[in-house]
Ligand binder design. Sequence first.
Ligand code: SF4
Length: 321
Amino acid sequence: MEPALKINNLQVSYYTDAGRARALDGVNLTLNPGEKLGLVGESGSGKSTMALAMMRMIKPPGRIEGGEVIIGDVNLTTLSEEDMLKARLSRIAYIPQGAMNSLNPVTRIGAQMVDAIKAHDTGMSKKEIIEKSMESLESVDLKREVFKMYPHELSGGMKQRVCIAIGILLEPQVIVADEPTSALDVITQRQVMETIDKVQDKLGAAIILIGHDMGLMAQFVDRVAVMYTGRLMEVSSVKDMFTRPKHPYAVDLIHSLPNLENKGVFKGIPGVAPALLRLPSGCSFHPRCSQAIEICQKDTPPYQEIEDNRFAACHLFQEKA
Ligand code: SF4
């Protein structure tokens, strides 16, 4: 099967007065069509930078310094600005954090959808564009009447669904959703996630779901990728990640979650994540790692396959890889 998305050695840095911060440091990831990947990690680990880099939306003082983002046979990192504009929505869609607040409050939903399609050379007539927009609303379980409504007439969950409907208008192969359910109540969160699930099934698109809510991840994704200081630490199936995490950081992250056994006694990860401007030498997790060995302070562990379809960056698994 041809992958829907291939990310090779993606690198992003931010240049500040205090120096260079490597926000993404050689990320490699492959997703198959229809696959759902959850991207987790502490704040500042690079999750949102990854989404923005895939969309080519990194703003100065940041820049993509290397690597590839390949969808189908197109490398997004080498497209002209004009072609990248067309690739957004048609190849890759982005549902940002607080997307529902990005709707224009003084423009009807339908007009916003029509504008999104018109920004692409689809060759569709006005009638076809309107029909496509209404179908898209229906596919996220909204009524056709929403087309004529203003954002303030909709609930938070409905607005978020409108954003998903806009995202899928041109049937992208990859959807990146950055905390799509933050600021929604638990019931609405679930409904929005079910909507994402349903539209993904229909499109056969690959999804990267960025978030903090591991419980939600456990229910909706096939694989989990754990990020730390701009690098992937472990990528495993959701079952393996929750039942037998391998990388020491992933182990700590999973053990810090509440469950029936620890009955509300949470075990945090010792220390704090380092600033990207002052990363420790070797493995960036070594000052916090209870399993660190001598080499960890000196050499950065390579990210490699440690079991079938399971990847990690840790010296402990070097021999087994
Ligand atoms: Fe811990 Fe060393 Fe593995 Fe880093 S490479 S996670 S410090 S054991």
